[in-house]
Write a protein that binds this ligand. Structure first.
Ligand SMILES: [Zn+2]
Length: 355
């Protein structure tokens, strides 16, 4: 039997190396989403498993604000989207990644060629990010979280309509709609689509804290619905939008009559029936690219070398089967020791619930 943890061959690419801290761009002297590293670390977005303990980070101003709230203040090189800057021997540009407020892809151009790193991303619209465009590059480093054909999501507008109908029907039946979504990204997208449909919402503190930072940065939530932070026993005839970790706590269980909807791309996981047992509805409303978007990204990037991270190795096999040069980097150090605090980026915490 072949071990899934067999040591991969060393990476030999002039534009990308792996140090003991993780992925590293030598021309820009930058680590990518490294937990810690000497020098500067590019932080693609402020989800817990991408935040860094490095002393200096490079990111968008929005990610810096969210990152400071989660990790405390640290020196940051703030680079707005679509604004080229010189970093070491490379010209760096950050592009919208559509994953959460401030999320960015990184494109580094140097005499050796152009490398692009997607971080977590989706091509579908996000009300808190500019539209996403696929970077053209020689080398593409891409996440492939949903890199299996089963993860083809319906159009977001259909899923949003189903969410709004579920909430309306639940309220009409005299019960409390409970919407489960992670604190940053999905929480704000869900709130946006609820308040704009006229629903009043109470928010778990972790989501409310991120929403307050959104508003401070000028990203507001549309009416006519209103939102406020949850206070015990004061949900009333409103929606409770909370984080998945509260599903089995008094906050949710003490509600007399309720119906629960869980928002996650893992709805299509083969173990979803067990993972989300007790939920009335699981909608694959995701902040990640689905299988089709991933394939499209790989093709349209024009990259002659593609490296995949954070997903199944089978995705790189698929890319090779359609004629692309793809390698899965299974040994990304960041893949070890995932944090569970509001990590939107993997199913590990969810799979641990019931499988
Ligand atoms: Zn993420």
């Amino acid at each position: 039997m072949t071990s899934a943890r067999a040591t991969p061959p060393p990476l030999r690419d002039p534009l990308l190396t792996i140090t003991r801290h993780g992925l590293y761009l030598p021309q820009a002297d930058l680590h990518l989403d490294a937990r810690t590293a000497p020098g500067a670390v590019f932080v693609s977005h402020a989800h817990a498993d991408h935040c860094s303990y490095a002393s200096r980070i490079l990111c968008t101003p929005e990610t810096a604000a969210l990152h400071h709230a989660r990790r405390g203040h640290r020196a940051s090189i703030d680079v707005p989207l679509d604004t080229p800057v010189r970093v070491a021997d490379a010209d760096i540009t950050l592009l919208s990644a559509g994953h959460a407020l401030g999320s960015a892809m990184l494109v580094a151009r140097s005499a050796q060629g152009t490398v692009a790193y997607t971080g977590d991303y989706k091509l579908r619209p996000n009300p808190f990010t500019p539209p996403v465009r696929i970077p053209r590059c020689d080398v593409l480093v891409m996440e492939c979280t949903f890199g299996e054909p089963r993860y083809r999501f319906p159009p977001d507008e259909d899923l949003i309509a189903r969410l709004q109908h579920f909430v309306a029907d639940t309220l009409a039946a005299g019960a409390t709609p409970v919407v489960l979504a992670y604190a940053l990204g999905k929480g704000q997208e869900a709130l946006y689509h609820l308040t704009s449909a006229g629903f009043d919402v109470v928010l778990h503190g972790a989501i409310a804290r991120m929403c307050e930072i959104h508003e401070r940065l000028g990203y507001t939530f549309p009416g006519p619905g209103r939102w406020e932070r949850y206070r015990r026993d004061e949900v009333g005839e409103r929606v409770l939008l909370t984080i998945p970790a509260t599903r089995k706590t008094g906050m949710v269980e003490s509600l007399r009559t309720k119906r629960i909807v869980y928002l996650t791309g893992w709805a299509y996981h083969p173990g979803a029936f067990n993972i989300y047992k007790g939920c009335d509805l699981v909608l694959p409303l995701s902040d990640h690219a689905d299988f089709e978007e991933l394939v499209r990204t790989a093709k349209e990037s024009g990259a002659t070398r593609i490296y995949t991270v954070h997903g199944p190795p089978s995705f790189s096999h698929h890319l090779r089967s359609i004629g692309l040069d793809a390698t899965h980097l299974a040994a990304h150090p960041q893949d070890a020791g995932q944090e569970d605090e509001s990590s939107d980026c993997g199913p590990a915490d969810q799979l641990g619930l019931a499988l």
